[in-house]
Design a protein around this ligand. Structure first.
Ligand code: CMX
Length: 436
């Protein structure tokens, strides 16, 4: 057995005992009260999931295994000393619950490079799709095509013991994450660059290679990709992509199937697709107003028109956060450092000044502040990644790190199949003392 796997299970087993003890001896302790309001507002705030990898505080934002984004920007290994954390390091932290050394990160980079070859069968599935099919649909089709190679499913079919589930899950997770940059870049080159594919560079890290295979060799783009794949990796367990991956994984579907399902959730405009919606909205505003740099008054009017049309302002609001998303701030800092004069960045900055005061006036909106998706498109656009329909694929590549690290933990704990209870409207009316 390889070192990380050996150390992982050594660390994990005592935690398995804790979970067993909680289940056996403390099952009856209530952790949340469930009201009709919870059921009808998307179950927000009900504590009902077990997640190790990260925790979201409404005021402070995300912490990965206890570390905030600014802390990890200092503590995780980087390529340049003033550079961005390597996503490999964040994966290591989420999986192993300890900060990685540069050697640990180098090990993960080399493991993923070794496992990165995408079988021809999966590429043929993508090749069979129209090139103008939405990249997220192509991406998920590619992942599903990989599922036939699942080591977990093979071991399950051969009668694997329950206590060993985590082991082939770990193998699938490492195989799958390794292949994601190639699948993503393959779709990008196929849809937007005449299918002229670019081979990976064995000397590059996971994120740097994604930029390279998409056709971007500028050092700044590689830096942006490291930041991007670091920032989008995880956001606690209840968001649609994480929860779906966990839920589908609870049926013992393979990690490929569970992740594919999760990414179909990320493909929704209220979740990850918001990154394409933001840039689409900004470009449409610029086109409609026929100006390059709309004034704050023009932006305010456009925001009001969007709201009056019964649409959401993309990139603003959040189910949990009640402050500006620190992932937004980290991207803003990158923009201030590398592209302070970019015209779209200036529009994004003006939108940031205009939108929160308007949304704050609408009582039902819980959070008027920008989320991660309000900024990412402007950075990608600056470096020539204009095809905004592709943006959610990049989010997906990153999100694999958190949801799949957690899936290994789910399988170590032996978490059961999820099956909450549902009731019809008459049942709720009766609970409320109303006649049906
Ligand atoms: N623009 C207009 N209306 C908004 C709004 C926004 N940015 N944010 C919230 N609202 C509305 C909701 O649509 C809801 O209206 P109804 O009651 O009429 O349905 C009401 O305000 C209450 O919503 P909430 O409790 O504040 O927020 P939710 O938890 O229901 O929704 C979110 C959260 C993110 C879906 C919502 O803020 C939104 O639609 N934002 C725009 C889309 C977006 O940026 N999504 C990306 C989120 C980050 C990510 O997952 O990647």
């Amino acid at each position: 057995m390889e070192t990380i796997k050996e150390r992982f299970i050594e660390k994990a087993l005592p935690k398995v005992e804790v979970i067993r003890k909680l289940k056996k001896e403390h099952s009856q302790i209530p952790v949340s009260e469930v009201t009709i309001g919870h059921v009808l507002t998307g179950m927000k705030g009900i504590v009902s999931l077990l997640t190790d990898t990260s925790k979201l505080d409404p005021q402070e934002g995300i912490r990965f295994r206890g570390y905030s984004i600014p802390e990890l920007q200092k503590l995780l290994p980087k390529v340049q000393s003033d550079g961005e954390p390597l996503p490999e390091g964040l994966f290591y932290l989420m999986l192993m619950d300890e900060l990685p050394t540069p050697e640990n990160v180098a090990y993960i980079t080399s493991e993923w490079a070794k496992r990165s070859e995408v079988p021809k069968k999966a590429l043929q599935v993508i090749d069979a799709l129209p090139t103008d099919m939405h990249p997220m649909n192509q991406y998920v089709a590619g992942i599903v095509a990989l599922a036939d190679g699942s080591k977990f499913m093979k071991a399950y079919q051969s009668g694997m013991n329950k206590k060993d589930y985590w082991d082939p899950t770990y193998e699938d997770v490492m195989d799958l994450i390794a292949k994601l940059p190639r699948i993503a870049a393959y779709i990008y080159r196929r849809s937007y660059h005449n299918n002229q594919q670019i081979d990976p560079d064995p000397n590059l890290d996971w994120a740097g290679n994604l930029a390279h295979m998409m056709g971007f060799d500028d050092d700044e783009v590689k830096r942006l990709f490291r930041l991007y794949l670091f920032l989008h990796a995880d956001h606690e367990g209840g968001n649609v992509s994480a929860h779906t991956t966990h839920l589908v994984g609870s049926a013992l579907s393979s990690p490929y199937q569970a992740y594919a399902a999760g990414m179909l959730g990320l493909a929704g405009p209220l979740h990850g697709l918001a990154n394409q919606e933001v840039i689409k909205w900004i470009l449409e505003m610029i086109k409609e107003l026929n100006v390059e740099n709309p004034t704050k008054e023009q932006i305010a009017q456009y925001v009001k028109d969007t709201l009056n049309a019964g649409r959401v302002v993309p990139g603003y609001g959040h189910a949990v956060l009640r402050k500006t998303d620190p992932r937004y701030m980290a991207q803003r800092e990158f923009a201030l450092k590398f592209l302070p004069d970019d015209p779209i960045f200036k529009v994004v900055s003006n939108v940031y000044e205009v939108v929160p005061p308007i949304l704050s006036q609408i009582a039902k909106i819980q959070n008027p502040w920008p989320n991660v998706d309000a900024h990412s498109g402007a950075l990608l656009l600056h470096y020539g990644i204009k095809q905004y329909e592709f943006y959610t694929v990049l989010f997906s590549v990153s999100r694999a790190l958190g949801v799949l690290a957690q899936l290994v933990w789910d399988r170590v704990y032996g978490l059961p199949i999820e099956r909450p209870k549902s009731q019809n409207p008459a049942w709720f009316m009766e609970k409320a003392g109303l006649k049906s």
